[in-house]
Design a protein around this ligand. Structure first.
Ligand code: ADP
Length: 459
């Protein structure tokens, strides 16, 4: 704004002065021309005056002066002086200026600008050489209009400048507000994020660099929100894990401590003694299993698998062998021959867990179907039972550590809710996942696909 004000002011001043200078030049030219005409008219008039003497009389000069002034239609002011520069004729209202008269000489035509009261004049001076006399002729031309025009010009220009500055201030303010709006929106978004509101996004209102910055900022906010959410989930999962873990420890420990106390404090009959010792043993076993499984999960999280190609028959034969002596449940095993790329021992434990869960959920005598199906992209393992089933909303959570659908039922069957968590861990190392389909009262089907290895595909 300051630069604009200076630029407007300077250009206005230069423009008005330029107009004034050219007008003055024109007025001065006219005044000098008029002076020459008067000089010539005087000389002509002097020659025409009938005279008794050869020398021009002062009275004749005055007479010619009156005539010359009258021929100017009222606006002409002049002064004629003699050799001693004494005024012989002076128009009424002529501005007395003696210094200028002294400067007039025969060779040059001089002029100056004079001011009298509120009026301005161009004063010209020239010499008249006639009838053996050298006289000095001065004229005054009123140029007040030119000065007034200049004052008027400055006045108008000042008003225009102020008006333009006001208008441009409003426009510039508008532009500044419009240009900085994305920055304000971004600032608001950063403040919101600093306050912990990671879901807030800045609105993109332009397609320029600021718009791009807003998009980038929002992308960064998305990534940040995801990371924070992930961290929060991890923290929550860890807290849940610790809570569930201590809870699972508490139950067997309470039983062990209770029965141990009973054994040491009283003399019991043989049967009660055996039952108490048996409780301590089974609960101790449960704790042992839990400790091993937990250890497996922790080790699994950190380990890198060494996958090897093996025949699926090895897995199914193992299952058959494990349940050969079990007459309670009927395992129905059918599988297509095939090769898989996996860590077989870990897959054995996955299948064993699934079959074990299926047995726990089923009534004795119910069939448990185990299938191996060759599919495009991998080999599908399937364990299906006709047991109690799992409610749909629980299916998502049963792979969480210590999660049990029916706690008392699971505990009574030596479960601690760690088996499926371990399975999920093993399968994720094999780039696979556990798929669960279940209907309450009808049974469940657990399946997973071991993908073909890349080298195998190649072959
Ligand atoms: P657990 O050691 O208690 O068996 P898991 O992690 O193997 O722990 O299983 C978690 C829970 O999922 C079990 O407590 C059980 O309630 C439920 N579950 C697992 N498999 C089945 C199944 N085939 N049918 C019904 N419920 C099942």
């Amino acid at each position: 704004m300051i630069i604009m004000a200076i630029a407007f002011g300077a250009s206005g001043y230069y423009f008005v002065n330029y107009v004034f200078d050219s007008s003055m030049e024109r007025e001065v030219g006219q005044a000098l021309d008029e002076s020459s005409i008067l000089q010539f008219a005087f000389e002509t008039a002097a020659l025409n005056i009938p005279s008794k003497y050869d020398v021009l009389q002062d009275s004749a000069v005055e007479e010619i002066g009156v005539k010359l002034e009258a021929s100017g239609q009222g606006g002409r002011l002049l002064r004629i002086s003699d050799e001693e520069r004494k005024a012989l004729y002076t128009s009424e209202g002529f501005v007395e200026e003696t210094d200028f008269l002294a400067q007039i000489d025969a060779q040059t035509r001089t002029y100056q600008i004079v001011q009298s009261k509120d009026r301005y004049y161009v004063q010209t001076g020239s010499t008249i050489d006639t009838l053996d006399r050298v006289l000095y002729l001065e004229t005054l031309k009123d140029v007040t209009d030119v000065f007034e025009e200049r004052t008027q010009g400055f006045h108008i220009y000042r008003r225009v400048t102020v008006l333009m500055l006001l208008c441009s201030s409003v426009i510039m303010w508008g532009i500044a507000v419009w240009l900085t709006k994305p920055i304000r929106l971004l600032t608001k978004a950063t403040q919101k994020m600093a306050e912990g509101d990671y879901s807030y996004r800045a609105e993109r209102i332009s397609q320029d660099e600021m718009g791009q910055l807003t998009t980038d900022f929002n992308r960064m906010a998305n990534a940040l929100e995801e990371n924070v959410e992930q961290l929060e989930n991890e923290v929550r999962a860890r807290e849940d894990f610790i809570g569930a873990f201590s809870h699972e420890l508490k139950t067997p420990l309470t039983a062990i401590i209770g029965y141990a106390d009973l054994l040491r404090s009283r003399k019991l009959d043989d049967e009660t003694h055996f039952l108490s010792a048996n409780y301590i043993y089974t609960e101790g076993k449960r704790l042992e299993t839990m400790a091993f499984r937990l250890l497996d999960i922790v080790v699994m999280k950190r380990s890198q698998l060494e996958l090897a190609t093996s025949d699926v028959a090895e897995l199914f034969d193992y299952l058959k062998e494990m349940y050969a002596a079990n007459e309670e449940y009927r395992l129905d095993i059918q599988y297509a021959p095939g090769q898989i790329c996996a860590e077989v021992n870990l897959l054995k434990s996955v299948l064993l867990n699934l079959v074990d869960n299926a047995c726990k959920a089923s009534e004795p005598g119910n069939p448990i179907e185990i299938r191996g199906i060759r599919q495009e992209g991998g080999y599908l393992f399937l364990v299906k039972d006709y047991g109690v089933g799992i409610p749909a909303e629980e299916c998502k959570r049963i792979t969480e550590a210590f999660y049990m659908v029916d706690k008392s039922r699971s505990r009574s069957r030596n479960g601690a809710g760690l088996g499926l968590s371990l399975c999920a861990q093993v399968l994720s190392l094999h780039h696979s996942e556990l798929m669960i389909e279940s209907t309450v009262g009808e049974g469940s089907c657990f399946s997973f696909l071991i993908p073909d290895s890349k080298e195998e595909d190649h072959a």
